[in-house]
Write a protein that binds this ligand. Structure first.
Ligand SMILES: [Zn+2]
Ligand SMILES: [Zn+2]
Length: 824
């Protein structure tokens, strides 16, 4: 369905102007970035799009304001690199290809061709000569090269691991890709299985990833999410004795941050996937336990960890001994314990842990207080006590503060070899293997004689064969391609098999910021000279949904490259800004099923790119997002048409000597507007910048109607107005700039500067108090002195009503704001 947006009366043909200037800028190479430019550099990146087929209004919302900000930096005097590319590998291409019978390569490249045209319609300053596409060998060759570097450094390893599996997509998912127990992409309920995988050792960098000192300006929200995701906690690993069961394993290891509560342990809970579960399960409990495990496998980690969900468990029929007091405690399994977090086992202390308290009440387990609240009345607890207090029911630690108890118990545990102080993390190593076709082949070989063998660097790239069977079978599609699989071992020249998994696409986005610098460089992933010139990225913009995947992986990757001497910086993105989400007219998320999707091509064709750009920036603070509005976009288009009329006026029609007051007023507003616009654009406050331009244009129109401004002031105001509007509305302003006979291009001019003196208000409002109470407000000259302020205050009839002729004993004067008269 095509909407009719053109309700606004247009003075010009926006489509014509868009085309004219986009062609001209292209021809002149206006957006080509010169690496040798002597101006200070500014590298501003927006997260590259996935080539889904169509550029939707959400892309515009991410990209048009980002372009405006990059343009503003250029007008501030920076040499700005603001590149674009395509995140071209990944599942959707393969899924679309499967459902429509088109090869993922063809589907992806067609989509890219289409989206390139659509991206051009934004009129952004992308330097297309630097475009990157991850699915071409020229790019993925270097992903493979980096994989080998990480492998040789010991940061990539092969291992078996329980993975989250989507039975519909037939692939492993990252934990972050599971939403409410279902696959993020297809909503199928996930399962778990054990697979041989390639891991990247991000956990080695956990502490360094928690150090945010190298970042200049990131949203606190993102830092907190990364902190929680890494989940560092200091505590003690303590083992419980199970020798009485006669197994090979003699103990169960648990981790706790509250070792001071060890005497209050009344049960142990293992993760259902814990390796000891089967052996510790008593025969009469086996069926119940197996049913429970099967159910847990189908529940997502997020649901299992959710504080809202019920804490369930099953008694295994066996016991472990708390070595600190010799007590036997029952062993349970419970799905709120994860095998991948800590030791996969927790000690249950119901008196001092909220979750354990609920669990103990549910299963009738004893609750024993061991930390007495300072004001404890000896009564039973109605909830877990989490605070500090004195050790009680605690044997030799009785009477210590729990802080002292913590130290004493830890020392005893370490002395007896029952455990030790340790740091635990929630973060796990990054599994990069995907059992799919449409990705970068992992450059590793398996030889019966030599084992795992890396592909030699000189043999890169390992090309993705075009003729693979890419239908999902649960096995990597490349495994079915014998020509690909069978090769020769570079070490022993015997037969070898290639790794048939491909890489997670987050691998590509972990280093793509470097490839933009020299997308065709053949001697390495990037030209090191250009990395010196441009890195790190000064400003990054994109969606907050990437907080714990892309934004953490790319930080880890950069630190790894730094430690290997590949780059000389260790944070990729110095500043980060997250835009919000554009909603449908009904304030709901846009979706085809709701029928509230706005097609940007329609509206751009009718009202022009500038109207869409300005409207998207005007709807609200960029980080908040907001709803689309047909009325709103027409309002913005009408405003641009009024701007057109305004600029087209012939200033010679104005009087040479109008009233001095209106000219001064206009000057003041001009300088105030420049100051406001500059500061707002600097901080991504596009909506208030546009609002101030609207206010200024309204004022100019009034001055014109009243003939209250002279030609020279008018010219200055109009030209500076166009310069301020240029980053937001690049096409219309270029056209009007040309109409005014000003030198091409408006986009190579500096942002106007302001003069604080000229921006200062002539009059201020002076608050007058009598004995601290506000009695009047006076309009006075901004530079009024204290004596005059006091005299004017005393002259006010309202003030006189309160002073009643009594002498003023004291005056408090706050320049420019307030005078307080004290009378007794
Ligand atoms: Zn799926
Ligand atoms: Zn070999």
């Amino acid at each position: 369905m095509t909407s009719n947006y053109r309700q606004a009366e247009l003075r010009y043909d926006p489509a014509e102007i868009d085309r004219k200037w986009q062609e001209r800028w292209d021809k002149d190479g206006l957006h080509r970035v010169d690496d040798q430019d002597p101006r200070p550099k500014w590298y501003e990146m927006t997260m590259y799009p996935y080539p889904s087929g169509d550029l939707h209004i959400g892309h515009w919302y991410a990209m048009a304001p980002a372009d405006c900000h990059a343009r503003f930096r250029r007008m501030q005097g920076y040499n700005v690199l603001h590149p674009i590319g395509f995140d071209a590998f990944g599942l959707p291409a393969e899924n679309a290809a499967i459902s429509r019978g088109i090869h993922p390569q063809v589907w992806t490249m067609d989509n890219i061709a289409n989206m390139r045209c659509q991206l051009r319609s934004i009129g952004a300053i992308y330097d297309w000569s630097r475009e990157i596409v991850c699915c071409v060998p020229e790019f993925y060759r270097w992903s493979q090269w980096l994989f080998l570097k990480f492998y040789h450094e010991g940061l990539a390893y092969h291992g078996k691991a329980p993975v989250v599996w989507c039975p519909s997509c037939q692939t492993v998912l990252a934990h972050e890709q599971v939403v409410n127990g279902a696959c993020e992409r297809c909503d199928t309920i996930i399962t778990r299985r054990d697979l041989e995988q390639w891991f990247f050792r991000i956990t080695k960098y956990a502490d360094r990833l928690l150090d945010f000192d190298g970042l200049k300006d990131w949203p606190n929200k993102i830092l907190t999410m990364q902190e929680n995701w890494i989940g560092r906690s200091e505590g003690v690993e303590i083992s419980f004795d199970i020798t009485s069961h006669g197994l090979d394993a003699k103990e169960i290891r648990t981790f706790t941050t509250r070792i001071d509560t060890i005497m209050g342990v009344t049960f142990i809970v293992l993760a259902p996937e814990h390796p000891l579960v089967e052996q510790l399960t008593a025969d009469e409990k086996r069926t119940e336990v197996e049913v429970y495990i099967e159910q847990a496998r189908r529940t997502s980690e997020i649901d299992r960890l959710s504080t809202d969900s019920e804490k369930t468990g099953v008694f295994l029929g066996s016991y472990a001994v708390n070595r600190l007091n010799g007590e036997r405690v029952p062993i349970y399994i419970g799905d709120y314990v994860l095998v991948t977090y800590g030791t996969g086992a927790v000690m249950g202390v119901p008196a001092h842990d909220a979750r354990d308290f609920v669990f103990a009440n549910k299963y009738g387990l004893p609750v024993r207080l061991v930390i007495a609240p300072i004001t404890w009345d000896g009564k039973e607890l109605s909830e877990a006590f989490l605070g500090d207090g004195f050790m009680t029911n605690s044997g030799k630690y009785e009477g210590m503060t729990n802080e002292e108890g913590m130290d004493a118990i830890t020392q005893d545990i370490e002395k007896n070899g029952w455990g030790s102080r340790t740091v635990s993390y929630r973060l796990r190593d990054w599994i990069i293997s995907r059992q799919r076709y449409w990705g970068t082949p992992i450059p590793m070989l398996y030889c019966d004689a030599c084992g795992i063998v890396p592909v030699p660097e000189e043999d890169l790239p390992v090309l993705l064969p075009p003729d693979a069977e890419f239908k999902p079978t649960g096995e990597s599609p490349l495994a079915l391609n014998s020509e690909f699989v069978n090769t020769t071992c570079p070490q022993c020249q015997g037969p070898a098999r290639r790794e048939t998994d491909t890489m997670d696409t987050f691998f590509d986005s972990s280093w793509y910021m470097l490839r933009y610098l020299s997308p065709h460089f053949e001697d390495g992933p990037f030209d090191p000279e250009l990395a010196k010139t441009w890195m790190a990225v000064d400003q990054y913009t994109g969606g907050a949904e990437h907080a714990v995947m892309h934004l953490l992986y790319s930080r880890f990757f950069t630190k790894g490259m730094h430690d290997m001497g590949i780059v000389d910086f260790d944070e990729p993105f110095l500043r980060l800004y997250n835009q919000g989400v554009i909603l449908g007219e009904d304030h709901e998320k846009m979706s085809k099923s709701r029928g509230n999707v706005v097609n940007p091509d329609d509206v751009v064709g009718q009202l022009g790119a500038d109207a869409v750009r300005c409207f998207l920036m005007f709807i609200g603070p960029w980080d908040q997002g907001g709803p689309w509005s047909d009325v709103g976009i027409n309002g913005t288009a009408r405003w641009l048409n009024r701007v057109w009329d305004m600029v087209e006026h012939d200033p010679e029609e104005l009087p040479l000597a109008p009233g001095a007051e209106t000219v001064r007023q206009t000057q003041r507003l001009l300088h105030q507007t420049i100051r406001k616009c500059y500061n707002d654009l600097d901080r991504f406050k596009f909506n208030t910048a546009i609002a101030s331009l609207m206010e200024f244009s309204n004022h100019l129109n009034k001055m014109w109607a009243d003939s209250a401004i002279d030609p020279a002031t008018w010219r200055e105001c109009v030209e500076k107005f166009l310069l301020m509007l240029a980053p937001m509305a690049p096409h219309v302003t270029e056209e009007l700039w040309e109409h005014r006979g000003l030198p091409y291009s408006i986009h190579q001019q500096s942002f106007p500067s302001w003069d604080d003196d000229l921006a200062a208000e002539d009059l201020i409002t002076l608050v007058v108090q009598v004995n601290g109470k506000v009695r009047d407000r006076l309009e006075v000259p901004a530079d009024i002195d204290e004596a005059t302020a006091q005299a004017q205050a005393l002259a006010s009839p309202k003030v006189q009503a309160y002073t009643q002729g009594k002498p003023v004993s004291k005056t408090v004067y706050v320049p420019g704001r307030l005078v307080n008269l004290v009378v007794v």
